[in-house]
Design a protein around this ligand. Sequence first.
Ligand code: AN7
Length: 354
Amino acid sequence: MAHLWRGVIEEYRDRLPVTDATPVITLGEGGTPLVRSGWLSGIVRGDVWLKVEGDNPTGSFKDRGMTVAISIAAGEGAKAVVCASTGNTSASMAAYAASAGLTPIVLVPHGKISAGKMAQAVMHGAEVIQVNGNFDDCLTMSRGLAEHYPVALVNSVNPMRLQGQKTAAFEIVDALAATPDLHVLPVGNAGNISAYWLGFKEYAEAGVATKTPTLWGFQAEGAAPIVNGAPVLHPETIASAIRIGNPASWHLAVAARDESGGRIAAVSDAQILQAQRDLASRDGVFVEPASAAGVAGLLAAAARGEVEPDQLISVTVTGHGLKDTETALSGIDSIIDSVIEVDVDAAAAAAGLA
Ligand code: AN7
């Protein structure tokens, strides 16, 4: 039976703050694959599923929130939209703004955005403003712009973003026809963990889900304000998407952690890069570094014997590996294995077949 996935607003309209008058700005986001990870399942002696959010239209989970935020902004007559970003929010906002005919204005930390994400914002027609500061400075500025100038703010402090992003939790429960015991994901500005908690709670309260999962969030060691219990003035990590020192949804994330009986912990850049390589080479799922933080955290917990066996576990991998090929390849000694002449036997020898 033919079925066209209609994007998260139409698929979950009755659970989203839209009306019949809201123009639906969609690129077909959501409906992303849930891929079983055999090696992770083996390591934790449970059943581990990856929610592959890099398969969204602009390559990250941000599209779920952006379809709702941009639709609402367009419906309210906005002409321009603004966000601060480590790269994915700006790529997503620029695409949805282009589709809606709005002017996208992007504030990013100078020199700290991957080339792929920058290309997306530029190609979608954004006014890209590089700021000599970090993400947190950009967010302060973007709030200031929205307060004093005719431009709508679509960072995740806009509650419409979390409303859209909660649909990922719905999809996991719908696809598994069960509620995970544990859900794991990266944490940066802390909107997504807050949104998942909204979604899981809503499904449980509506009786669609039988329970809520425990939530485990992972920050990068050099950008772990929630773990440290204090803002990080100069956050540093190779996972540029989560290089954030003062998350906007800090309190919501802590509430999600505590209400779910979960944890927010830190992983090192080395653990992140190893998890990224393992996901790519063992599961065939290529994610960007930040996206591997959840898997890195799950592995670290398993190594300490902290993962109970026989659990149903979902792990969100948040963005596509093609977003940042430079970082992915930075840890690889040589990306060219061999250069040969046009000769089958030489190819066989180079490939180790002969
Ligand atoms: C791939 O784009 O904050 O904890 O400005 O791009 O909801 O912030 C990106 C965040 C995880 C963290 N994985 O999610 C931005 C931005 C990827 C990301 C996160 C981000 P939140």
